[in-house]
Design a protein around this ligand. Structure first.
Ligand code: FCB
Length: 511
């Protein structure tokens, strides 16, 4: 994961010149006013404020919770069995997901936990497209019925289902056709979305089209971090034009699914949105023009490209004479609805932390990320197992920035990887501080309507296998026994205090 270049001086000058000529970031339109000082010390659960009818729930992904044995036809199930060209396994320690938490067969048990232990009222889960359409054009009635039963079980428990149509995994046949690298493949995703909406649209209030387009692209196509399928690295930054094209196509796919489902029965009442991970990059230490430029490039691609698209309906990413990708969503300019409301009903915010970047000036220039710098303390902050810090200020800032889109926000993922089940203090602290940050943003006037903790129980964390444990329950893979952690108890206390009215604030009072 390192970027090296022998022509240090030439590159520095070129970067500075480019940063000037590109004109940096578009001026940010105004949202509610941000506070200057945030204080997270000595928090008590009843000091938090959330709007009325706030959703408290959990997020999972089918691939991570049901594993390759339940989902043999997804590209991820194939990926976990294969190696990189250098022989290194795709998954850390060559682990296999097996049935993971076997959510496919044990979903009733999981729903009972959410209801009885938490009084949760929302659950975000993804559908296995590969199980519903294992061969191109052949839909499995059994798989569709499975999800219909799961939706009914959730509704019976008083839990609102939020479905994600694409959460990193898709059928092998779709992967082998070139997946989202080709604009002409979008029709397959739209057809799948319509099929499931036909079956479930009468009962499911929330729909996420695509999970984290920028992360899908970053992990699967950018040369310096290619740990997801299809793992298309082609030299230093060589896959950047393809990555940009995939991002463009994902945004088009979102729009086409949104508009197709809106036109179907129940489309008007369903809330349909895109999920964006707000992953920001900051210089590690001394800031030079090169660091500033790298920071700007990364944030422009990973954050602003999607926020600007959701605001305006236009995706445009251009690298001067090198390449350009543009997509204009069909927006009715004569409509009284702003562009944002013509392509999404809400926006899902996934927030974890920030990444620090550093350029090492030796005989070569090396770009390093904080994720590569080991778990040493990072500016005195407490680190998580994922080698980034606990950073609640970040979710506060992200909420303010995302609020400029002008759509309601659901926090569709937020959670911490911490392997130390016996001493779960970091998770306890994370949950209190991040929820405090959410509560402060709400008090400022940000329209945030729900929080989905990532994740219900320890599951298969993509390329990291079972090593990164985000769950509120630990899970014994042999017996499928779920055990509540201390972090789970604090989340439960917050939800219960909210239900008891201890820290509810009516929207009208807060704004
Ligand atoms: C997000 C993914 C989710 C999980 C968490 C830790 O980027 O959407 O599936 O991997 O990170």
């Amino acid at each position: 994961m390192s970027y090296t270049c022998p022509y240090k001086k030439i590159l520095s000058l070129a970067f500075v010149a480019l940063s000037i000529s590109l004109g940096m970031v578009e001026a940010r339109s105004r949202g509610p006013k941000e506070r200057k000082h945030l204080n997270f010390s000595k928090l008590h659960v009843d000091q938090l404020c959330f709007p009325e009818n706030f959703y408290f729930g959990f997020a999972i992904a089918e691939q991570q919770n049901s594993g390759a044995e339940n989902l043999p036809d997804s590209q991820w199930s194939r990926w976990e069995k294969t190696n990189f060209p250098n022989g290194k396994p795709h998954i850390r320690d060559n682990q296999r997901s097996g049935k993971a938490c076997d959510h496919w067969n044990l979903y009733k048990k999981d729903i009972a936990l959410m209801k009885d232990d938490f009084q949760a009222n929302a659950f975000r889960f993804s559908l296995a497209w590969d199980r519903i359409e294992p061969q191109e054009g052949q839909f499995s009635e059994e798989a569709l019925q499975h999800y219909s039963d799961e939706v009914d079980a959730l509704l019976d428990a008083g839990i609102a289902p939020m479905i994600t149509l694409h959460h990193f995994a898709h059928p092998i046949w779709f992967e082998d056709k070139g997946s989202f690298e080709k604009e002409e493949n979008i029709v397959y995703f739209v057809r799948f979305a319509k099929k499931v909406f036909e079956k479930l649209g009468d009962r499911v209030p929330f729909w996420c089209t695509i999970n984290e387009p920028t992360i899908f692209v970053f992990q699967g196509y950018l040369a310096f971090n290619c740990v997801f399928p299809p793992g298309k690295a082609d030299g230093i930054f060589g896959s950047f034009p393809l990555a940009t094209k995939v991002l463009r196509n994902l945004l088009q796919a979102h729009t086409e699914v949104y508009q197709a489902l809106k036109a179907m029965p129940h489309g008007n009442t369903a809330q349909i949105g895109l999920v964006h991970q707000y992953l920001s990059f900051h210089p590690w230490g001394v800031i030079t023009p090169i660091e500033s430029f790298m920071q700007w490039c990364l944030n422009e691609f990973m954050i602003d490209s999607v926020i600007n698209f959701l605001k305006t309906g236009t995706f445009r990413y251009k690298w001067r004479c090198f390449f350009e990708e543009t997509y204009h969503a069909p927006i009715d300019k004569a409509s009284s609805k702003p562009a944002a409301q013509q392509i999404s009903d809400f926006v899902g915010l996934n927030y974890y932390s920030r990444v620090l970047i550093e350029l090492k000036y030796t005989h070569l220039i090396t770009l390093r990320f904080s994720t590569m710098l080991g778990s040493s303390p990072n500016h005195g902050e407490t680190m998580t197992d994922m080698e980034y810090a606990i950073y609640p200020e970040g979710i506060y800032k992200a909420l303010h920035h995302m609020s400029t889109i002008g759509l309601p926000i659901y926090i569709t993922e937020n959670g911490i990887a911490d392997h130390n089940n016996a001493h779960d203090e970091r998770r306890v602290r994370w949950i209190k501080e991040y929820l405090k940050a959410v509560s402060l943003a709400f008090e400022d006037g940000v329209d945030v309507r729900g929080f989905f903790y990532w994740t219900l129980m320890d599951n298969f964390e993509w390329d990291r296998g079972f090593h990164s444990t985000f769950g509120l329950y630990s899970n014994d893979l042999a017996t499928q026994t779920r055990t509540l952690k201390e972090g789970g108890k604090i989340y439960r206390d917050i939800i219960q205090a909210y239900r008891a009215g201890g820290h509810r604030l009516a929207t009208a009072d807060a704004h």
